[in-house]
Each structure stands twice: as C-alpha cells, then as structure tokens.
Ligand binder design. Sequence first.
Ligand code: NAD
Length: 254
Amino acid sequence: MELREKTIVITGGGRGLGAAMATRLAAAGARLALVDLDPESLAKTQEACLAAGSDKVETYEVNVTQEDAVVDLFDRIHTEFGSVDGLVNNAGITRDALTLKYKDGQQVAKMSMEQWQLVIDVNLTGVFLCGREAAAKMIEGGSKGCIINISSISRAGNMGQVNYSATKAGVQAMAVVWAKEFARYGIRAASVAPGFIGTDMVMAMKPEAREKLTNMIPARRVGDPDEIASTVQFILENDYVSGRCFEIDGALRL
Ligand SMILES: NC(=O)c1ccc[n+]([C@@H]2O[C@H](COP(=O)([O-])OP(=O)(O)OC[C@H]3O[C@@H](n4cnc5c(N)ncnc54)[C@H](O)[C@@H]3O)[C@@H](O)[C@H]2O)c1
C-alpha cells in the first residue's frame, strides 16, 4: 500500500507507541484518524502529525469497548475521510496481579473479576469491535486495506498477567483469522508483538529498575517506540505480508 493520502486509524493514538506510529505514518504522507480517551494527548499528537507532513489529521474521543460508539466512529471516519485503508488496534491496558496469592497456607489475594474484565474489554473486545467495523468500511468502500493488532511478548504467558497475556495471545490469533477471512476482499491482517519499549512509562522507571530490566534483554537496551512504528509502516506498505506476527523484542524471551 502506498501510504500517501491513505486513511489510517490508530486506536490509543494519543500517546506512547500509538503517537510514535502516528507521527511516522504522517511523515510518509498518510491521513490519520486518531482515537483515544484522552483529548489532551490527542491534540498534542494531532499537532505533531500535521507538523510531520500529513494533510489531514482528525481526533476522536471514543472508548473502544463501546459497540455503538465504535460503529458510529467508523461511520464518521468513513464520511469525513472518504475511505478507511488501515487500522492499528493499539489501545491497550494492564491490570497486573497474580491469579492467586497464598501466605502460610492462607489465600491473601486473587485477581479480581474487575481486573480480569477491564483488560478483556479494552484489549480483546475493543480490538474485535474496531477490526470488524474497519473491515466493513474497507469491503464496502473497495479499499484493499490492512489491519494490524498490537500484541505483546507477554502473549507467551507472563507471570502476574493472566488477563493481559490471554488478550495478547487472542489478538494475535484474531489477526490470523482476519487474514484468512478477508483475503477474498484483498484485505490483509497481521500483528506486532513488542518486547520492552522505551515509552514514557518505562523511561520514568528508577535507573536501578531500568538497569535490571535491560540486563534481561539480550540486546541490552529497551526498544525505541519508532522501532515499533517502522514495523507497522513496513506491514502497511508490503502487500504480501499477511497473517503473521512480528516479534520486535531485542531477542528477549519470557
Ligand atoms: N510499551 C511497551 O513496552 C509495550 C510492550 C508490548 C506491548 N505493548 C502494547 O502496545 C500498545 C500501546 O502501549 P503503550 O505503552 O503506548 O501504552 P500507553 O498506555 O502509553 O498508551 C495507550 C493509549 O491507549 C488509550 N486507551 C486506553 N484505553 C482505551 C480505550 N478503552 N479506548 C480508547 N483508547 C484507550 C490510552 O488513553 C493511551 O493513550 C498496547 O496495546 C500495549 O499493550 C506495549
């Protein structure tokens, strides 16, 4: 896909990896529909994308877990831009806890239903809803588009993240399903599984904690957000990429 003047939707596009993807794709001439809960970060990223060279950047304050809001979101984007050519399902959250915690034979904690459900709602249901609605617009508009789900190294199963790991394995599988189901319409789907990436949260860690983290990574550093963004750009641009997961993790294995 030639990105110039194509409409790319990025959920969680206000900050972090979503913002890095947005500014990179803007520099390649894409038009951007940025979706997030936080209007302030959306406005900042919109400004950065316009400065990077995009000729159209709109922001949408929408919760990806709400079916009616997501259906309405893609209707609006399709009307305002004229097409939907790409979707990056990037919005995601964590609510970490051990499934069960025992001390001296007594249960002292367990992952709550709230911790479980919130992560399932955003990371799994939100991806399903946005993917379904984006694909409908691509099919109806005749766009040979591409859907990218942001998974994680935790999809392999990370302690303290039974909720998050389940969703990140799920969105990787969802991309395979969509690659197969939508190929007949010329639509591709893939996923990206980042390791530890130096977003604000990671860079704000205490130096000792960050050093401990980087010592675990064979590459001896955290990834740069732009290294995830460049993978997203590669997937969008290469028309023979579909149904695969790209692991961008400096050789870290959990
Ligand atoms: N940063 C990392 O090291 C890392 C590693 C592996 C995977 N990931 C994945 O990459 C994605 C982005 O991570 P990040 O570090 O940039 O996170 P982040 O928390 O910095 O940004 C996530 C964005 O998503 C938005 N968001 C959250 N819930 C939403 C909802 N219900 N509807 C709409 N927007 C919502 C937030 O407002 C925020 O702007 C996530 O899916 C995350 O799981 C990140």
